[in-house]
Design a binder for this molecule. Structure first.
Ligand code: OOG
Length: 251
């Protein structure tokens, strides 16, 4: 039997000290992994953190292929991991950080059921985003339950300017640049074949995990391209067609 509290404590400590830990030896299922994630989050909230929203992972084929996994996953985004647009992220806080171009949605109503995700006003705004992921496992290697337990490698996020949500704008070109050089190019259409599905998928996984998605929360829809390592000192910028750009520097 997996000790949920013990695994959560090990992962929490790994994140706080920026020191990688070995993959758990025991096998456990996805439902148990989400309970570890919940406990991991409780430890953070007990220290005064708050939830900024939720995220999806492995929504694009490029990411699933890169990491050798087959399923979409759901994680929580703590407010303390925010990196303001145009500012610095302290790279010493991470183990082996990677960056991903994202679309971010602003949730406009309480989402308790999958049907709520389809109701008008479920999403009210969209922004270009960057996610910093940082697996707490050695060598960034994990099974699907391992990465779910580790809160889907969530480590930081940057949100660009919001625009009112326009469902007609869904298949948008995105560029990920490091120091002015394009390192990944893709399309938001790579996110679940249509990023508008992200809110429905998030609702499905949230309902399963017993989480209610609150108005005012953000939803990171998942990377549109494979992730790139984040070098120290790098200036990172994401440009999304129609949505604009967002950036930060790894200090
Ligand atoms: C898990 C997180 C994946 C995405 O957008 O696909 C993710 C990982 O690759 O470590 O956030």
């Amino acid at each position: 039997m997996t000790d949920i509290h013990k695994l959560a404590a090990v992962l929490d400590e790994a994140a706080r000290t920026a020191r990688a830990v070995p993959q758990p030896e025991q096998d456990y299922d996805v439902a148990t992994a989400y309970r570890v994630q919940e406990e991991l989050l409780r430890l953070r909230l007990d220290r005064g953190d708050r939830l900024a929203g939720v995220k999806l992972g492995f929504t694009s084929e490029g990411k699933r292929r890169q990491m050798g996994v087959h399923d979409v996953i759901f994680g929580r985004v703590p407010e303390s991991s925010a990196v303001p647009d145009g500012s610095y992220a302290d790279i010493s806080a991470y183990i082996h950080p990677r960056i991903e171009p994202e679309v971010v949605y602003l949730v406009g109503r309480r989402i308790e059921t999958v049907a709520d995700a389809l109701a008008p006003g479920a999403v009210v705004a969209a922004a270009p985003g960057i996610e910093i992921i940082d697996s707490r496992y050695e060598n960034f290697r994990f099974s699907l339950p391992d990465v779910i337990a580790d809160n889907t490698s969530a480590a930081g996020y940057v949100v660009g300017p919001w625009r009112p949500y326009d469902p007609a704008l869904w298949n948008l070109g995105v560029l990920l640049e490091i120091d002015g050089r394009v390192v990944q190019a893709g399309s938001t259409g790579a996110i679940l074949g249509d990023p508008r599905r992200a809110v429905v998928e998030a609702a499905r996984l949230a309902v399963q995990a017993g989480v209610v998605i609150e108005p005012g929360w953000i939803l990171l829809a998942g990377a549109a391209t494979p992730a790139e390592p984040l070098p120290a000192g790098a200036h990172v910028r994401v440009e999304a067609q129609h949505l604009g750009s967002v950036s930060f520097t790894a200090g």
